[in-house]
Write a protein that binds this ligand. Sequence first.
Ligand code: NDP
Length: 327
Amino acid sequence: QKAPVTVTVTGAAGQIGYALLFRIASGQMLGADTPVRLRLLEIPQGVKAAEGTAMELDDCAFPLLQSIDITDDARVGFEGANVALLVGARPRSAGMERGDLLEANGGIFKPQGEAINAVAADDVRVLVVGNPANTNALIAQQHAPDVPAERFTAMTRLDHNRALSQLAQKTGTGVSEIQGLTIWGNHSATQYPDVFHATVAGKPVTDLVDEAWLTSTFIPTVAKRGAAIIEARGASSAASAANAAVDHVRDWVLGTPEGSWTSAAIVSDGSYGVPEGLISSFPVTSAGGAWEIVQGLEVGDFSRERIDASVAELSEERDAVRELGLI
Ligand code: NDP
């Protein structure tokens, strides 16, 4: 067995937390040979429910689960964290302005960044799930100056998985036949799922689908899938979001399969014209515990326009949190 890994989950008592913790504790995120120590961070009102979830985790008798600690203090919650999943966030309520949303989340992600900086393990890897995920990740990252910036990431893997599934259904194939799909930009309605480098069983996707399907069906279906699930289920997607978080961390820590890439929002190094420092989704591979942006992809006009629009939104969010003094 490998050394135990400390995993901190915030918003642990929420819907996504409930779907996520059992997957982590069973070894699906870090591998069947890696013991896990869970640290659950909640707001004070969430602590009791988190204790209930911890009782259920106990009752699963997971062989890999070494300990569970529950706290409402970020300095305790992130103590020794090797992996931090920031799920708890302030959702947008009816009538809430974007500035108010960013400010409320600044109040969560600034102290969490500071706590990660102060008490997490040197190798800490952070995935932000709570929305607005990219900008929340940026806020936390800016308050953790001693942690390499590239250790802060935001989740677009659910969008990636949704795009895979839509494309598989459209082309009558299995998801494992599809390679080369990318989500670009912000995890929001402006995100751009790009199929121009994708292949299905080795054939270019552009030979199999037309532009009308891309613009009128595929792109909006992927971007609005969250709302469609709320409409159908009466609750937001939770198990699929948790699944995507597991996929993201597993690929980051254990590596992406040879010859294939995925999507993750990571700190831009200026690639593909995305301003340096923005946390934006890219085509990425992982090896040795680090993400790398897939380079050299040709970006046509259709894609350029959409990538630029989503990246412009990220720049606006960064300007807004700057003006609010949050970074
Ligand atoms: P969920 O567990 O359903 O969602 C948590 C966050 O994930 C939300 O910000 C949500 O954004 C986001 N999210 C990202 N992708 C998705 C997706 N595909 N589908 C659904 N959600 C997605 O929320 P709950 O309200 O059930 O639970 C939140 C928990 O967090 C509560 O227990 C609360 O007490 C806690 N919390 C903890 C904090 C802390 O630890 N400091 C701070 C704030 C809250 P969106 O709303 O936009 O869908």
